[in-house]
Design a protein around this ligand. Structure first.
Ligand code: IMP
Ligand code: MG
Length: 180
């Protein structure tokens, strides 16, 4: 396999991800029963997770996209968050669920939650596929979390290293020699 040869080990395979996404979808459907939710995809990383998750939710779901980056092109956060594509939706009075691929230092989501809260949504929740709690610098209130992970650099299912590996169908640890 062309991309797979750069992967040291698979952490979450296609089946494990699909099963967890279904559970998260059920949880969200139960928590917001009878209500409309606006699901916000943080581009680019959350894209595969987002498209699977929205189809696992049985509610009146509206979708929108935002592009935020706190990373340069490396494996460490720059600490600066930039919005290069904002929402097209007015979220005032709406139940907003922000969907992210991974929470690492928390800088991106801390910034985004403040930005979106200032627009007066009815509620704001955070749903992340992966949670690297050991690296947290900013407090982030996470309502829905797919899998906790250790402090390792992972790629696949949306997650990249220098924009590569996003299309791997699973999440795996990148071989050290690929980023040293
Ligand atoms: P934070 O602002 O430090 O929480 O970083 C969040 C962003 O960092 C994510 O949206 C990812 O783009 C990126 N990131 C953090 N850890 C990893 C990783 O292990 N693999 C790939 N991207 C990562
Ligand atoms: Mg990202």
């Amino acid at each position: 396999m062309e991309l797979g040869k750069d992967i040291k080990c698979v952490l979450f395979d296609v089946e494990a991800i699909a099963a967890r996404v279904k559970e998260l979808g059920r949880e969200i459907s139960r928590d917001f029963k009878g209500e409309q939710v606006v699901m916000i995809c943080i581009l680019n990383g959350a894209c595969p997770f987002f498209t699977d998750l929205i189809r696992a939710i049985d509610l009146d779901v509206r979708i929108d996209f935002i592009t935020a980056s706190s990373y340069g092109n490396a494996t460490e956060s720059s600490g600066i968050v930039q919005i290069s594509r904002d929402l097209r939706t007015n979220i005032e009075g709406k139940n907003v669920i922000v969907v992210e691929d991974i929470i690492d230092t928390g800088i991106t989501l801390c910034f985004l939650s403040k930005l979106l809260s200032a627009r007066n949504p009815k509620s704001i929740s955070i749903c992340t596929l992966l949670n690297k709690e050991a690296r947290r610098e900013k407090v982030v209130n996470v309502q829905y979390s797919g899998f906790p992970i250790a402090d390792e650099f992972v790629v696949g299912y949306g997650l990249d290293y220098n924009e590569k590996y996003r299309n791997l169908p699973y999440v795996g640890v990148l071989k050290e020699e690929k980023y040293l």
